[in-house]
Design a protein around this ligand. Structure first.
Ligand SMILES: NC(=O)C1=CN([C@@H]2O[C@H](COP(=O)(O)OP(=O)(O)OC[C@H]3O[C@@H](n4cnc5c(N)ncnc54)[C@H](OP(=O)(O)O)[C@@H]3O)[C@@H](O)[C@H]2O)C=CC1
Ligand SMILES: O=C(CO)COP(=O)(O)O
Length: 333
């Protein structure tokens, strides 16, 4: 018997993942926008978020959270981090006991500083929680280009079962039991993508981008391991893999924010013109607090934060980084 998957969130990644799981499981996607629901059901498209993409014919959309969730054997959350809690609170009453809940989101909650699986555990204690993450730019997956991802669950038996739900043709899904590391890799790399975007926008060059990616990996590994993630995870798909994809792709929304900042645009203007989320903008605030809590040196994130929130220019940011003493690469982190 195929499983029933309920997916909340009709944006570019939620729709992409729903279209993938519809190959393996009965999948219903919920979107708050009725036009999106009707378009998916009637035309198999979601033109606002995935122009030109044709979705799997078995995918059903619903405008009712209750209908989407009440028979689900697996719940997948494709809602941006700052709205994740509200949507899950609304769904809570209809969720069956002990079903696994998987987050697709790559951000940290402002105010609580929590990862999304921590938010799930707070709202729905006792449910197995996990994350699907990795270098997965939605639009490439719709173009039929191969990609690899990670399903991270503490319970490896459930992780293996979910691997079969998400794994599909050119979308190759690996397992990992380091939920903390996988989740932090996805959230922290977005800030590095803003940094490389800033460099590219300001014509800093390929060497600069490579230096930012490499030192960025070191920086996010430092915080990630201090918070309980495993060092090895940050060298894998959820860490280095996603970092490289996001920092170098013109399809990344976070890199786009950085690129426009590098061109001299103001943050408000950039966000105003975007119709999709760039999680790194808000996660940068949370990361500054976490760096203090865990006493971890995060120079690239700090410079990005100052450009986003303290009126520093991109040139100030690069000057700030260049002023730092270059230490030894062989030191831990
Ligand atoms: N796009 C990608 O390539 C990837 C994205 N991710 C992560 O997935 C998560 C979701 O991103 P993505 O789908 O790309 O985001 P988008 O910006 O494309 O879409 C966001 C979706 O969330 C919905 N939404 C936002 N707030 C609410 C709310 N309060 N109630 C109900 N629905 C809400 C929006 O609805 P509406 O249209 O009505 O505003 C929209 O459907 C993010 O954390 C992102 O980092 C991870 C891997 C790849
Ligand atoms: O996480 C992503 C790719 O893995 C998507 O990155 P952006 O949110 O920057 O587009």
């Amino acid at each position: 018997m195929p499983l029933n998957v309920g997916l909340l969130g009709g944006g570019s990644w939620g729709t992409t993942v729903a279209s993938l799981t519809a190959r393996n499981a009965n999948t219903t996607i919920w979107a708050r926008n009725e036009n999106t629901v009707n378009e998916i059901n009637e035309h198999r498209t979601n033109s606002k978020y995935l122009p030109g993409a044709l979705l799997n014919k078995n995918l059903k959309a619903s405008a009712s959270i209750e209908e989407t969730v009440k028979n689900s054997d697996v719940l997948v959350m494709g809602i941006p981090s700052q709205n994740f809690r509200t949507v899950l609170e609304t769904a809570k009453a209809h969720i069956r006991p002990w079903i696994p809940i998987v987050s697709l989101s790559k951000g940290l909650e402002m105010g609580t500083k929590k990862r999304m699986t921590e938010v799930i555990e707070e709202i729905l204690p006792g449910h197995p929680t996990g994350v699907l993450t990795g270098p997965n730019l939605a639009k490439e997956i719709h173009n039929g280009q191969a990609a690899a991802a990670v399903i991270a669950m503490v319970d490896e038996v459930i992780g293996k079962k979910l691997q079969g739900v998400f794994n599909s043709g050119l979308f190759r899904v690996y397992t990992n039991n380091d939920v903390i590391g996988c989740e932090l890799g996805g959230a922290l790399k977005n800030i590095m993508a803003i940094a490389t975007g800033m460099g590219d926008g300001a014509n800093a060059g390929d060497n600069t981008r490579a230096a930012l990616i490499t030192r960025g990996l070191s920086e996010l590994t430092r915080l990630g391991t201090a918070m309980g993630g495993r060092r090895r995870t940050f060298a894998g798909l959820a860490g280095m893999g996603d970092l490289v994809a996001t920092c170098s792709s013109t399809k990344s929304r976070n890199r786009h924010v950085g690129f426009q900042l590098g061109k001299g645009k103001k943050l408000d203007e950039i966000i105003e013109e975007m119709s999709e989320v760039a999680e790194g903008v808000k996660t940068a605030k949370v990361v500054m607090e976490l760096a203090q809590d865990y006493n971890v040196h995060m120079p690239i994130s700090e410079e990005v934060y100052k450009v986003l929130y303290e009126d520093n220019t991109v040139h100030d940011a690069f000057r700030g980084l260049l002023k730092l003493e270059s230490g030894s690469e062989s030191e831990p982190g």
